[in-house]
Design a protein around this ligand. Structure first.
Ligand SMILES: [Ca+2]
Length: 271
């Protein structure tokens, strides 16, 4: 009887662990056929608004999320903010979405922010952005505030008027140690591949990311104003604690800011 009691307790403990693990895994996919699909919510800000657009040639028909920046829109704000609360805080997750800037898009000279990720219960966050040179950056406003730029040798300018696919994989660091992973792809090509990121401070042990926001802030501290109405679009957002089959192959993160890929041998020409 005593043995069976122990067996039963052990089975319960194992079931609890399985339950925690299962509860921790999640995947949310929105096709933006409505602004409340798959747990998302949206709110307009004072200077602009969002809408759903079925006429923008999205790679995920028929509808996409459209962010509208009216003429005169000034820096430091977003037209609207859409958010998704994670079912539980994640220490590792993937995100993928499509985005497009309108053909007349007026780029801010510092940042044209896209998506934010909030940690724990406070304002500690990091975001994916297109900087003033139209390069994809990842900026941490966290334990270690930093701007992460390409370290793979692939660093294309983001052109207006066409759709791109952004994919990212984030793994929180050991609290207080800068060993977090950030991997960012544009159209399946790796731009950022680091394992030196400081997301969590030593006082944030046990915390993870709680929320994703599509919050495309125009700016930047530099004072700039939109000369004409322009737009950003977002579509087919996937957030998951698991790597999806359609995602890029996971590379080994590197610890330096160099590419990590050796240069090809020089070809010496003797005239
Ligand atoms: Ca869609």
């Amino acid at each position: 009887m005593k043995i069976w009691k122990h067996v039963c307790i052990n089975v319960l403990i194992i079931m609890c662990f399985i339950g925690v693990k299962e509860g921790f895994s999640f995947t949310s996919t929105s096709h933006w056929n409505s602004n409340s699909e798959a747990g998302w919510g949206c709110i307009d800000r004072s200077q602009g608004y969002h809408t759903l657009d079925g006429s923008t040639n999205t790679p995920d028909p028929s509808s996409a999320l459209k962010m509208v920046y009216p003429a005169g829109f000034t820096n430091g704000a977003e037209p609207a903010m859409c958010w998704y609360m994670f079912p539980s805080q994640a220490t590792e997750y993937w995100v993928q979405y499509y985005f497009k800037y309108s053909s007349n898009y007026y780029y801010h000279s510092v940042d044209n922010k896209q998506t934010y990720y909030f940690i724990g219960t406070g304002n500690s966050n990091f975001y994916l952005t297109v900087n003033g040179s139209r390069r994809v950056n990842m900026v941490t406003q966290t334990y270690v505030t930093d701007r992460h730029v390409s370290n793979t040798g692939y660093d294309p300018a983001v052109e207006p008027g066409r759709w791109y696919k952004m994919t990212a994989h984030f793994v929180m660091n050991s609290p207080g140690v800068s060993n977090g992973i950030a991997q960012v792809w544009l159209d399946d090509k790796l731009i950022i591949n680091k394992n030196t990121v400081g997301f969590l401070s030593s006082s944030q042990a046990g915390q993870g990311v709680r929320e994703m926001q599509i919050s495309p802030v125009f700016g930047g501290m530099a004072t700039m104003t939109k000369p004409a109405e322009d737009y950003q679009w977002y579509d087919h957002t996937i957030i998951s604690t698991e790597r999806q089959g359609s995602f890029p192959v996971l590379p080994i993160p590197v610890s330096s800011n160099k590419t990590g890929i050796p240069n090809p041998p020089m070809i010496i020409t003797i005239n």
